[in-house]
Design a binder for this molecule. Structure first.
Ligand SMILES: [Fe+2]
Ligand SMILES: [Fe+2]
Length: 162
């Protein structure tokens, strides 16, 4: 197997499991919020993460690769745990760490797109770039909601996002 193909598969396997963690974490997150535009937006983001997972799964199949079972279990647990944590951690922390995580997701899909490009998989490149774009939208949403929060400057110094 070529190096690019192995690397693309690796990123897609990571992303596939990452998306299940994100989706469950967001499910817990929007359920912990009161009715309003933030709740609706995060509900939509959850749906978009499920959509990503489905699309990444299709590319794995086309590459004749499979998700990693251990990773699936670990990330399922992470997602469920974070989802529960949102009910007790207050408003700011889930918003902040979601934004920070999203900033990494978009880079992950951009890296994957580069490997797909090297393999001449043009449809895959387009799909990955589109997912990277949606992750940037997610990041921008979380950035905008925490922008004026009093805790942001301190968090920014420690966790380098925002
Ligand atoms: Fe996603
Ligand atoms: Fe996302």
């Amino acid at each position: 197997m070529s190096d690019s193909k192995a690397r693309l598969i690796r990123i897609l396997q990571n992303a596939y499991s990452g998306e299940v963690a994100a989706a469950y974490a967001y499910r817990g997150h929007w359920k912990s919020l009161k009715d309003g535009p933030e709740r609706e937006q995060i509900k939509r983001i959850e749906e978009e993460e499920w959509d990503h997972r489905r699309r990444v799964g299709e590319w794995l199949e086309k590459l004749r690769a499979k998700p990693k079972p251990t990773r699936e279990k670990i990330f399922w647990t992470i997602g469920r745990t974070l989802g529960v944590t949102c009910h007790v951690s207050g408003w700011f922390m889930p918003m902040y760490f979601a934004g920070r995580l999203e900033s990494k997701n978009s880079i992950e899909y951009e890296d994957a797109a580069e490997f797909a490009q090297e393999l001449g998989m043009d449809d895959c490149v387009d799909d990955l770039i589109d997912m990277a774009r949606v992750e940037v939208e997610h990041e921008e949403f979380f950035r905008s909601v925490v922008a004026d929060h009093r805790m942001l400057p301190a968090m920014k110094r420690v966790f380098r996002w925002g």
